[in-house]
Ligand binder design. Structure first.
Ligand code: MN
Length: 130
């Protein structure tokens, strides 16, 4: 089976490097974009299996980028996990309201990161087959 392809949309280099490391270690192929505008373009072009979406970014933030992706038939089925340092429940709710399928809190807990990504990918594949 092909390696699942995961798009990371993140403007912070340190966070990006950590997430990329964890995904590659888990056997995924990584694509990247550094703001919401690039992220939306890359999602349409590359049709990744999943998107990890930072929220606070220049050009277009992750809430807006997710809302765009979820309102477009070409990208709406791609699962989006928000990467958020926003610890207020309101920010998480905003991410879910924008269409995110879940969220990962920063700083990242490595064990739960691997589990959550794998679970969401499995669900997405099952949905595509049903
Ligand atoms: Mn950011």
């Amino acid at each position: 089976m092909n390696k699942p392809r995961v798009l990371i949309v993140e403007d912070n280099v340190d966070n990006y490097e950590l997430v990329r490391f964890l995904l590659e270690r888990a056997g995924y192929q990584v694509l990247s974009a550094s703001n919401g505008v690039e992220g939306v373009d890359a999602a349409k072009r590359e049709q990744p299996d999943m998107i990890l979406m930072d929220l606070s970014m220049p050009e277009m933030d992750g809430w807006k980028a997710t809302a765009h992706l979820k309102s477009d038939d070409a990208t709406r089925k791609i699962p989006v996990l928000a990467l958020t340092a926003h610890t207020l429940p309101g920010d998480r709710k905003r991410a879910i309201d924008a269409g995110c399928d879940g969220y990962i809190s920063k700083p990242i807990n490595v064990a739960s990161f691997d589990k959550l990504v794998a679970t969401l990918l499995r669900q997405a594949r099952a949905d595509l087959q049903s």
